[in-house]
Design a protein around this ligand. Structure first.
Ligand code: NAD
Length: 492
């Protein structure tokens, strides 16, 4: 456990933050605020606006006005240049953004600074997609001289709702396709982590994004999120979060039949076959669970291990787990920061208690020694001797908790991997190419990693199946989901 020494904080930290609506920074109509808490210390870092339906209504109207105004006449080339300007401004300020994210949600600087290259890729990818709506004149089978034109038109105002576990990633999945396609957006970040989103919005404005094209309304889900889901002026909701909230949004959005994108949770399997290279599989599978203190939707939390190597694997992952440094994210030696909040810490501790009753605790399971900083720290934790039907193997914990489950045959591994309501991701470790092909196809999940875990290319993208939701982030599919097809038949 390492504690922070003194750091110079970005000037953006502190004070009362407001919402970006139609190019203006405005406090919540109600005047209410929410304290911003540094999860590494429990200390306050200022406030954000506690918006509500009135602020959402203003933001949606501003987004509609922008959508129908000058922005609709921007050419694909102009939008591409804008995205590249945003790219440059964001990258110039990335050290500051990384520090804001670390202070606001706890992830170590090594992780938040590590997002620099990914951010560059994601912005360049969306910049390359601005021609997606281009008109084409495909040949047709109609008699006479009918000219058919097919184009893709922007769907309109997009409401984005994102969680706290990676705002600097989540926001680009909304703003990127919106700017690429000519949509406008109202983004609601999580009440526990809004600061980096607000700073990015400020920088985007400086980069020349016109008023109303992007808007940010902070506040609680039951107020801001629910109002966005219901608002008839919103054409599409892009949601990332939990299954329960997604179900509420699906119901709330029925009024005007919004298009929906749902990126939800997971309980992803990571299968270690007896022929795996354990020098890679042990740290790879462990960090597949622990990265970002386990607060990752694709975390490979169910580690299925083939019986001949099971005991050796358990011993090695327990040893590896004990070497991981937990501490304040500002410390360069920190590998895992705190959990986001006291609420999340209680939730993870509750699952550890349940796990201790159903399986064998091999490492971790406690708050780190030296605790007393007021932060929400927890040791990375491994359970072994588990079966797939246990609570810790079925429910998403969203903390650094790995559950090791033994298996005998490839068929059993596939059966166990798919014995979950979720279908977000999965992994496998093997030196056998045939098995890599067979098993990666057989796992029911949107993304499967072989001999690696958690890497993501925006041009390939990712998404889920089953209760992990629908819609694809990244790749052309994502861009096209911000567009609707239109056919024009011309008798000329
Ligand atoms: P959550 O569902 O509680 O909150 C997500 C967002 O929804 C927050 O901004 C919240 O304020 C808002 N919200 C809450 N109630 C709402 C309502 N009634 N109407 C509209 N919005 C509302 O999720 P969380 O606990 O903050 O995030 C963790 C979850 O997100 C996990 O399940 C995780 O797996 C998932 N996640 C998925 C992905 C993915 O891409 N698949 C990525 C990251 C996180």
């Amino acid at each position: 456990m390492t504690l922070t020494t003194t750091h110079e904080l970005p000037a953006f930290i502190g004070g009362d933050k407001t919402n970006l609506i139609g190019g203006q920074w405005l406090p919540a109509t109600s005047g209410n605020t929410i304290d911003v808490i540094n999860p590494a210390t429990g200390g306050a870092l200022g406030t954000i606006a506690a918006g509500d339906a009135a602020d959402v209504d203003r933001a949606v109207k501003a987004a509609r006005t922008a959508f129908e105004g000058e922005w609709s006449r921007w050419t694909p080339h102009e939008r591409r240049k804008l995205l590249l300007r945003v790219h440059d401004v964001i990258l110039e300020n990335f050290d500051e953004l990384a520090m804001i994210e670390t202070l606001d949600m706890g992830a170590p600087l090594s992780r938040t600074q590590g997002l620099r290259e990914w951010t560059s890729q994601v912005l360049q990818f969306f910049a390359s997609q601005t021609g997606a709506g281009t008109v084409a004149a495909p040949p047709n089978s109609l008699p006479g001289h009918i000219l058919t034109l097919r184009s893709l038109r922007p769907v309109g105002v997009v409401g984005g709702i994102i969680p706290w576990n990676g705002p600097l990633i989540g926001l680009w999945w909304i703003f990127g396709p919106a700017l690429a396609t000519g949509c406008t957006a109202v983004l609601k970040p999580a009440e526990d982590a809004s600061l980096s989103v607000l700073r990015v919005a400020e920088l985007m404005t400086e980069a020349g994004v016109p008023p109303g094209v992007i808007n940010v309304v902070t506040g609680y889900g039951k107020d801001v999120g629910a109002a966005l889901a219901e608002h008839d002026g919103v054409d599409r909701i892009a949601f990332t979060g939990s299954v329960g909230t997604a179900q509420t949004i699906v119901r709330a959005s029925a009024g005007n039949l919004k298009r929906l994108q749902m990126e939800l949770g997971g309980k992803s399997p990571d299968i270690v076959f007896a022929d795996a290279d354990l020098d890679k599989a042990v740290p790879g599978a462990a960090m597949g669970v622990y990265t970002n203190s386990g607060q990752v939707c694709v975390a490979g939390t169910r580690i299925l291990v083939q019986r001949p190597i099971h005991d050796e694997f358990v011993e090695r992952i327990a040893e590896f787990t004990q070497t991981i440094r937990v501490g304040d994210g500002l410390d360069p030696d920190t590998q895992l920061g705190p959990l986001i909040s006291g609420r999340q810490l209680d939730r993870v501790l509750r699952y550890i208690e349940i796990g201790s009753g159903e399986a064998e605790l091999m490492a971790g399971g406690r708050r780190p020694e030296g605790e007393g900083s007021g932060g929400f720290f927890i040791e990375p934790t491994v359970f072994a001797g588990a079966t797939n039907d246990m609570t810790i193997a079925q429910e998403e914990i969203f903390g650094p908790v790995a559950t090791v489950i033994p298996f005998d045959t490839e068929a059993e591994a596939i059966h166990l991997a798919n014995a979950t309501p979720y279908g977000l991701a999965g992994g496998l470790w093997t030196e056998n190419v045939g098995r890599a092909h067979r098993v990666s196809q057989a796992i029911d999940a949107g993304t499967v990693w072989v001999n690696c875990y958690g890497i993501l290319d925006p041009a390939i993208g990712f998404g889920g199946t089953k209760m992990s939701g629908y819609g694809w982030k990244g790749a052309r599919d994502h861009v096209e989901s911000y567009l609707y097809p239109k056919a024009v038949y011309m008798n000329i």
